[in-house]
Design a protein around this ligand. Structure first.
Ligand code: MN
Length: 406
């Protein structure tokens, strides 16, 4: 079987480092992409370590799923020995043609695609939160594409001693083109466009470069890697009816439960399911501190934006608003209480004061201000206190008195 492969990886337009890595070893017949994660340079170490160990395992005769398991062990081991690397992990998507087999191994949310007869087909399933949500029918694929948590993966190398590797058998034919890529491509460029680029660019290197360029033009929010493998002489030509690919072992990961259930309910589950859920939860937990930081930041802005009150005109009426004039980062003010004090009844000095939107630390203080304003208005429109009531025998016109309490 004769293949021709080329790859490009790029930092993208937003990140400062590139944690993606790829492997092309034509002699061994191994082609892979890995997308590392972890603080500082840990993600880079994770993806590079995984691909190195993968290559060594295949060179030693290991089947691809065993090789991916050894890659996992290498990342786990390295993370355990260096506190700076703790918590690092990586995805892996690998095509292996060693030993006459054509297998794809998959962990995480990097992907393999097959372009055959101008048609692009996705071969792998993501191990990601949004893919689980799509599978459960809770969101659409369109929503998944822009979901704020689309980068949370539910399986990765380096997290646990055990890793479940999805395995697919492919039957490559002459003229087929395979694409292995990181989510930096698929989160920025839609599949129809990926297909167009793969059909347009004949040379695998130009195709890989054009895909990376497309991701960058779309914003380049993540590291992006594309490995393009052309089949010059396929082995699957003899059986044209055989499916292009079929899963050998692909186990959907359960969605991490949004709320923790009571332990007794969980204990009755199968050991395997429990372990898979445990792993998924642990990977989810890796992402949790980051989510928490965001949640706290959003909460803090919201608290700051909403904790104060101010007084301003709403139309002609003096009104108490909760929030800050103009709002803060999308947290707009809302009306807390409308008063019956009209602008027309205020002195120019008072109107100017309200126009300046005085701010208060609590709703009670803001309301007290409005009460003082109303009292001054009432003082002005009320006539001086009425004289003591005249004796009943004397008839006088009833004075137009505004009765004020106290
Ligand atoms: Mn990525």
């Amino acid at each position: 079987m004769e293949l021709r492969a080329a790859a490009t990886t790029d930092t993208g337009r937003v990140r400062t480092g590139n944690e993606d890595a790829f492997l092309i070893d034509a002699r061994l017949g191994v082609y892979a992409v890995a997308d590392g994660m972890g603080g500082h340079r840990a993600g880079e170490v994770a993806s590079a370590t995984a691909l190195e160990a993968l290559r060594a395992a295949v060179a030693g005769g290991a089947r691809i799923d065993d090789a991916v398991e050894r890659a996992n062990a290498a990342v786990v081991d390295k993370a355990g020995r260096d506190p700076e690397l703790r918590g690092m992990g990586t995805t892996i998507t690998v095509l292996c043609t060693a030993g006459g087999d054509q297998l794809i191994g998959q962990v995480g949310d990097s992907r393999a695609y097959l372009l055959r007869a101008e048609e692009l087909a996705r071969l792998t399933e993501d191990h990601s939160l949004v893919e689980e949500l799509v599978r459960d029918g809770r969101i659409t694929p369109e929503q998944a594409q822009v979901h704020p948590q689309r980068s949370i993966i539910t399986r990765a190398l380096g997290i646990d001693d055990d890793v479940e590797v999805d395995l697919y058998r492919v039957r490559l034919r002459t003229g087929d083109r395979l694409l292995l890529c990181s989510d930096g491509l698929t989160s920025m460029v839609r599949e129809p466009e990926i297909g167009r680029v793969l059909r347009r660019e004949g040379d695998p290197r130009l195709a890989a470069e054009a895909l990376v360029a497309a991701a960058n033009e779309a914003g380049g929010e993540d590291n992006v890697t594309a490995v393009v493998v052309d089949v010059l002489d396929g082995a699957g030509d003899d059986d044209p009816d055989a499916p292009a690919s079929e899963p050998v072992r692909a186990t959907p990961t359960p969605v991490p439960a949004p709320e923790v259930e009571a332990p007794p309910a969980k204990e009755r589950r199968g050991r395997r399911a429990g372990r898979a859920l445990g792993r998924a939860t642990r990977i989810f937990l890796v992402a949790l501190p980051i989510l928490l930081v965001f949640a706290i930041a959003i909460g803090a802005v919201g608290w700051y934006a909403r904790k104060s009150y101010y007084v301003a005109f709403d139309g002609a009426r003096v009104t108490v608003f909760q929030g800050r004039p103009g709002g803060v980062l999308g947290w707009g003010p809302t009306i807390a209480e409308r008063s019956d004090v009209e602008r027309a009844t205020l002195t120019p000095q008072e109107a100017l004061e309200v126009q300046n939107q005085p701010t208060f630390g609590s709703e009670a203080e803001a309301l007290a201000y409005v009460r003082r304003l109303r009292a001054r208005v009432n003082d002005r429109i009320a006539p001086p206190p009425a004289p003591p009531p005249a004796p009943p025998s004397v008839t006088t016109a009833a004075p137009a008195t505004t009765v004020r309490p106290g």
